[in-house]
Design a binder for this molecule. Structure first.
Ligand SMILES: [Ca+2]
Ligand SMILES: [Ca+2]
Ligand SMILES: [Ca+2]
Ligand SMILES: [Ca+2]
Length: 534
């Protein structure tokens, strides 16, 4: 249900300081900077803003049919001028989001947050000076006690794949009207789960793919992503993110008794399996995401939280942020048929610090580029985080759940969080999505995806970006037989020319039907180019 928005909802203890700062700001800028624009055709300033924000949300708002103004309703997800929460104002017609406006920091290094509100059912924008700086579209809380930033990861899967059956019909009943997934993307769920700043819960959706999905009767490796598309606008409006959950498995017969299973794979060194080598299987999942979903992830939670050092080294050229660490847990099963849920994080950091892994041991800190974050833990881990925050340190914590739990009620962490909060009444906690949490913790202000232009000359494609990438870009092809593969650029290091970065892909002699390129900048903002046909 969408209701009329309550007036300003600013916490009492922040009210005076907010007012003082606001007045100061208005004086300094002599009333020039603070503007209220109604959304009208004449308000070019806001219309420009709307376009850029819609782009940021990768919303399809501009393609939606224009509805008569009278039917539109305005919803402000942080309910007024809540400067410490990054949120979104959305214009609805019935249940459809026509346009969205997300709070943002005015400019790189600026302390000014641009805050959206609803007035008279229309979006309004205003500027507010943040005393402690602006990051990820919100003012940073006052120093003193640390703040706990809480990520809720959702491993987003089908229900009940039978590992003894080669071709499954995937059960997607947890999605669609009346489903659990739809419920957690609705106001009743978001409204009751609030952080210390009044912000609604945010979910970080890790969308699963694997070879068993490719081989299902639905024959869609990315069927979860396909299914979640109906929620993309809503999820973005709540500040959720989509990223990658990959189960490394193939259909094989480990003990050669003629009975096959979907078995977890424990290698990543070009070992051949039924549907390709271990490396090809993973690269197929990325290539199919790029070509069929126009999507490139910057975060991952590995299926069964499995990694080994070979895999970790490969992943280091894919994406910057990895939430697979479940230290100090491990699980060794027998390695006969039916293998699954094998992982080892015994040697990894068990506190909440991120680390760059070592190229000789994925569990130890070292020389690699990406960062590994712990996700999941015990009540003691939560107490540990609040204890650190009580001593003045900001802490990023993460919990995960599967999308097929009823109403996600087994978010036991929400309950344990409340228990912990009673012991640390002065420590505040804030719900963030995974990328937002990293950006706040590491003071990363780049939230802009790279511009990515392709110059094609015959079968030679040159990708030009306007900023460095996290790693070399991922070229994806689909072959005429329907298979997918990765194409690496000819030279992995970019050719730098002024402020542009170039990589060349030579597809001459390759039999392909589609080609596209995906990648991430150094802050986890991703792009996918258009598709090119042979
Ligand atoms: Ca607002
Ligand atoms: Ca806000
Ligand atoms: Ca067997
Ligand atoms: Ca960027």
């Amino acid at each position: 249900m969408r209701k009329r928005i309550k007036p300003k909802r600013i916490k009492k203890d922040n009210l005076l300081i907010s007012l003082a700062v606001f007045v100061f700001f208005v004086i300094i800028f002599a009333g020039i900077v603070y503007k209220n624009h109604g959304y009208t055709k004449q308000a070019f300033g806001l219309e420009n803003e709307a376009v850029s924000i819609d782009n940021k949300l990768t919303s399809t708002a501009s393609k939606m049919p224009n509805q008569p103004l009278a039917l539109e309703t305005c919803q402000d997800n942080d309910e007024g001028m809540n400067f410490e929460v990054q949120s979104t104002v959305s214009i609805y017609s019935d249940q459809t989001i026509l346009r969205s406006y997300q709070d943002y920091c005015q400019a790189n290094g600026s302390n000014v947050v641009v805050e959206y509100t609803c007035q008279n059912n229309q979006p309004q924008m205003g500027y507010h000076y943040c005393l402690n700086g602006c990051v990820s579209g919100a003012c940073k809380p006052a120093p003193g006690k640390g703040t706990i930033y809480v990520i809720h990861a959702v491993d987003t899967e089908e229900m009940g794949l039978d590992p003894k059956q080669q071709i499954n019909t995937l059960n997607l009943s947890n999605y669609g009207p009346g489903s659990d997934v739809e419920y957690v993307l609705s106001e009743p769920y978001r409204n009751v789960n609030r952080d210390s700043f009044g912000g609604k819960i945010k979910l970080s959706w890790f969308l699963m793919n694997d070879e068993a999905y490719c081989q299902s009767t639905q024959a869609d490796c990315n069927i979860i992503h396909t299914t979640m598309r109906q929620y993309t606008q809503k999820a973005k409006a709540y500040g959720d993110t989509y990223s990658w959950h990959y189960h490394h498995q193939d259909w094989n017969d480990l003990n050669n008794d003629g009975i096959f299973f979907w078995n977890q794979l424990l290698t990543f060194n070009q070992t051949p399996y039924t549907h390709g080598t271990d490396v090809e299987l993973a690269e197929k999942m990325l290539a199919s995401q790029i070509l069929d979903q126009q999507f490139y992830p910057s975060l991952i939670r590995m299926g069964w939280v499995w990694e080994n050092t070979d895999f970790s080294n490969w992943l280091d050229d894919i994406l910057p942020y990895d939430f697979s660490n479940l230290a100090p847990m491990y699980n060794n099963q027998s390695t006969s048929d039916g293998i699954g849920n094998v992982y080892d994080w015994r040697r990894a950091l068990a506190n909440w610090s991120a680390y760059h892994p070592s190229s000789s041991d994925y569990q130890l800190p070292g020389n690699l580029k990406r960062q590994v974050f712990k996700c999941g833990g015990s009540l003691a881990d939560v107490f540990n985080a609040f204890n650190l925050a009580n001593q003045g340190q900001d802490v990023l914590i993460c919990t995960y759940i599967h999308s097929n739990y009823v109403y996600f009620d087994r978010y036991s962490w929400l309950n344990s969080l409340h228990e912990v909060i009673r012991r640390y009444p002065e420590v505040k906690y804030k719900f963030v999505n995974a990328l937002e949490g990293i950006h706040i913790m590491q003071n990363i202000i780049d939230e802009q995806a790279p511009s990515a232009n392709v110059n094609r000359q015959g079968e030679v494609y040159t990708l030009i970006t306007n900023e460095p990438l996290f790693a070399y870009p991922f070229g994806a092809i689909k072959k005429p037989d329907g298979s997918y593969a990765r194409i690496k650029p000819q030279v992995l290091e970019p050719v730098i020319s002024g402020t542009s970065y170039g990589w060349t892909f030579n597809l001459a002699g390759l039999d392909y039907s589609e080609f596209a390129i995906g990648g991430s900048d150094q802050s986890g903002n991703t792009f996918v180019t258009q598709k090119y046909l042979d």
